[in-house]
Design a protein around this ligand. Structure first.
Ligand code: R5P
Length: 337
């Protein structure tokens, strides 16, 4: 397998290709890691602010005829990250590039993908339109909050998944243990079911209520967790309330060790401290957004998605199957190219 992998990477190397990768200010570390994995330099660009508060962008090297990839999760100062990305897309679109791919590892505003009551916007759809109008020809993202968001775009969207990395981690860590995968709310059931099937584990589902924004309450669950090791799977951690409340409820019903995992560690407000003080043993997350220093120790473990995104870039560039990336047995087989 190792030599097949090396042969694959050599045959489909991006060194010397017309691929150019740029980063906004939201997560330059991830962009560097992607470039390092592919042996490419990070493109030179400037993203700053004029005195009047407007965002200033300049691409500082030629991109004429290039396949440009811009890495920018919509996180941190969310609206600044969004505007930076849009202006970077516009800047390269006006500079005669060949293709533009927006790499949005965390697709911000994804939770506003439907109206939950009257007179609300559908922000995820609005921004899908705007990325396209700005000039993006393709989107690469990771674990969209709702897979239906792909359909908001009329351009290709590669929705990569962190699940195989989690599966690999927990399969090694919890070998020989009887595991229950828990979805902390109804919206996460399909994701948790797929994870449970791959892990050959059983499934439990929590019913969650939100009486007000950013406040989660776990009210009941179905499944059997007594004396078992549980892994709660979510797509993102914002305030941490969903996971903490879920862990509390599972503990009350006799669960053994409680692990949690999620793709996007947004870790808003006091989430890190609250999780450190909770019933959760360990939390495994991806680096789709920057990981604060306090979450790089204690109960937090993070696994990088840089290789995953880098491999997706390689496959897009060479017109290879991106879904094959998730077939561990076949991804380096010549017949699957
Ligand atoms: C909700 O639908 C999401 O999948 C997450 O469960 C939620 O965003 C987590 O938020 P918090 O950490 O604030 O409870």
């Amino acid at each position: 397998m190792e030599s097949a992998e090396a042969e694959f990477k050599e045959r489909f190397s991006l060194v010397g290709s017309n691929v150019k990768i740029f980063s906004g200010n939201a997560h330059p570390r991830l962009a560097y890691d992607i470039c390092r994995y592919l042996d490419l330099p990070l493109g030179r660009s400037l993203a700053s602010v004029f005195r009047n508060g407007e965002t200033r962008i300049r691409i500082e090297e030629t991109v004429r005829g290039k396949d440009v990839y811009i890495v920018q999760p919509i996180c941190g100062r969310v609206n600044d990250s969004l505007v930076e990305l849009l202006l970077m897309i516009d800047a390269v679109a006006r500079a005669s590039v060949k293709t533009i791919t927006a790499i949005i590892p965390y697709y911000g505003y994804a939770k506003q993908e439907k109206k939950s009551m009257g007179r609300e916007p559908i922000a995820a759809k609005l921004f899908a339109n705007i990325y396209t109008i700005a000039g993006a020809g393709r989107i690469i993202t990771v674990d969209l909050h709702s897979a239906a968001i792909q359909g908001f775009f009329d351009i290709p969207v590669d929705n990569l998944t962190f699940l195989p990395l989690l599966q690999n981690y927990f399969a090694n860590k919890l070998e020989n243990e009887e595991i229950v995968i828990v979805s902390p709310d109804a919206g996460g059931v399909a994701r948790a079911k797929m994870f449970a099937d791959n892990m050959r584990a059983s499934l439990a589902i929590i019913f969650k209520r939100r009486n007000r924004p950013d406040h989660a309450e776990a009210i009941d669950f179905v499944g059997d967790v007594k004396g078992k090791t549980v892994v709660i799977l979510d797509d993102m951690i914002s305030t941490g309330g969903t996971l903490i409340e879920a862990a509390k409820l599972l503990k009350q019903h006799g669960a053994g060790k409680i692990y949690a995992c999620a793709t996007h560690p947004l870790l808003a407000g006091s989430a890190i401290k609250d999780i450190e003080e909770s019933d959760i043993e360990e939390v495994v997350v991806a680096d789709t957004v920057p990981i604060p220093i306090e979450a790089q120790r204690g109960k937090f473990i993070y696994l990088s998605v840089a290789p995953l995104i880098a491999e997706a870039i390689r496959r897009v560039h060479y017109n290879l199957s991106v879904s094959m990336l998730f077939d561990w047995r076949k991804k380096y087989e010549t017949s699957s190219y």
